[in-house]
Design a protein around this ligand. Structure first.
Ligand code: HEC
Ligand code: HEC
Length: 306
């Protein structure tokens, strides 16, 4: 049992928020930095710690937050980015493109994921699957691919649970003017600060706002709730007939959807041609291009949209 589960940590945090706050402040002040028990959970930790010691104070604070939550070492960001691509196309339709669950379970709370260090549990699991319970086997994934997927999942766990960077400081660190410049160049063709995104920061917390543009698949509905953005699909049958609608689920073997009238259809993949239109494809593509500064700047700008 390497890691503590997030569930129990969260419960503790809720049940004694003042203790939590005090602990968080100690960590922020550097008093909790010497947690030797956390140091060598995954190979590669040494390098990452060396890198961390040279990084900014904000990153160090986030790092301590991660230790406090009992998360493993910093996920390998490059591998996580590669893993995100594999995950979105191979696993996303069952687990949600950001791994928070759809037909398949939420993987951010999966104990298998939480106990994995760098793919040593996830890899063999993916090779065998649990076909009897709806989890297909992926015998052809290479070790490099399962490592990337594992790092993506660890990154998601961390991003979801470790918000110390924002919570403690309670201010957003980026440069709003530079964020606006980025927005005008890359986001404006679909969004408008005075149109669809006007006042978004009045109802959405910074950390959630960040998730909305970084981890596509969710959006905010008219009631201010997070909802999953529907994926449009068009299926062409052998007869040439084509049916369009909202994707329910797709895997290597079957595709299912609801058509415009709400009627459910499903077909074996081998018998039809499938054309998927993901409305958030642009977000996924942008994700691979942001620098760390870009992300903070965009967030700083979005936060001004009150
Ligand atoms: C066809 C749908 C489907 C696809 C595609 C799929 N999964 Fe799953 N997955 C499931 C289901 C259903 C379960 C739950 C199985 C069970 O109840 O034991 C599951 C379970 C898991 C678990 C174990 C969770 C736990 O704690 O027990 C992991 C990890 C996982 N999937 C990762 C992946 C990854 C990574 C991919 C892509 C390479 C993937 N899955 C693709 C349906 C899917
Ligand atoms: C090619 C079009 C496109 C581009 C480019 C794009 N987005 Fe989006 N974005 C979307 C779509 C589609 C949605 C989902 C809207 C919905 O369904 O409510 C969305 C949703 C969002 C949301 C959630 C808002 C809400 O009301 O749900 C935010 C925030 C957001 N985008 C920010 C950005 C930022 C910041 C950029 C640039 C870095 C960007 N987007 C680039 C298409 C785009």
């Amino acid at each position: 049992m390497g890691r503590r589960t997030i569930a129990s940590t969260t419960r503790e945090m809720k049940s004694s928020s003042s203790v939590f706050l005090a602990a968080a402040l100690c960590l922020a002040a550097g008093l909790g930095a010497q947690t030797n028990s956390q140091t060598s959970k995954r190979p590669g930790t040494q390098d990452q710690e060396a890198a961390t010691s040279q990084s900014t104070r904000a990153q160090t604070r986030t790092d301590r937050g991660r230790e406090f939550l009992g998360l493993g070492p910093v996920p390998d960001a490059a591998a996580a980015a590669r893993g995100q691509k594999i995950f979105a196309s191979t696993c996303g339709f069952c687990h949600g493109s950001n791994a928070t669950g759809a037909e398949g379970p939420n993987l951010i709370r999966s104990t298998l994921v939480l106990h994995d260090e760098k793919g040593e549990l996830i890899g063999p699991f993916l090779h065998n699957g649990r076909p009897d319970r709806g989890m297909p086997a992926f015998p052809n994934l290479t070790d490099a691919q399962t490592y990337d997927i594992a790092e993506f999942l660890h990154q998601r766990v961390e991003d979801t649970t470790n918000r110390f960077g924002y919570k403690i400081q309670n201010v957003v660190t980026g440069n709003a003017a530079e964020g606006k410049a980025f927005f005008d160049q890359h986001c404006n063709k679909c969004h408008s600060a005075t149109g669809d995104l006007a006042h978004i920061a009045s109802s959405v917390e910074p950390a959630d706002l960040q998730a909305l543009f970084l981890y596509p698949s969710q959006s905010i509905n008219a009631k201010g709730e997070k909802t999953t953005v529907p994926v449009q699909v068009s299926v062409t049958l052998a007869s040439g007939e084509s049916i369009s609608g909202t994707l329910k689920r797709i895997d290597d073997f079957n595709v299912s959807m609801y058509d415009g009238s709400g009627m459910y259809h499903s077909w074996p993949r081998s018998e039809v041609k499938v054309d998927i239109k993901d409305p958030l494809a642009a977000h996924r593509e942008l994700l691979g291009t942001y620098t760390d500064a870009d992300m903070h700047n965009i967030l700083a700008y979005l936060v001004t949209l009150k």
